[in-house]
Design a protein around this ligand. Sequence first.
Ligand SMILES: [Zn+2]
Length: 116
Amino acid sequence: MNDDTIDPKGFIVTTALDLTLPASALTPGDTFALPENPGRPLIVETLYPHPGLPARLIITTHGQTTPFTLHPNEPVKPLRLLRTFDLTCQLCGNRKQQVLDLTVHGTPQTWVCNQH
Ligand SMILES: [Zn+2]
């Protein structure tokens, strides 16, 4: 099993990702853009609650010395969000882990493995 592949095997039914996500949905390694600057991809390095301001997140990104301070509900444009899912085949119960890019594949709902 190769967990690095993001080429889904078998047949996955997914729901498409929204065009924007709340900033709180980001995790380190995700690529996103701010709505006011959609052509500039940013890669999350760290993301943590602001120590002094409640309901604010501090997001540091690769290559940027100044971190962003965003409200957790502030919409951002997701560009690449890799997530690992545990999938169970609807027909035979076969299980596997699959890495998917939510912006390309969406969120898996049901899966049928490639044995059928
Ligand atoms: Zn199966």
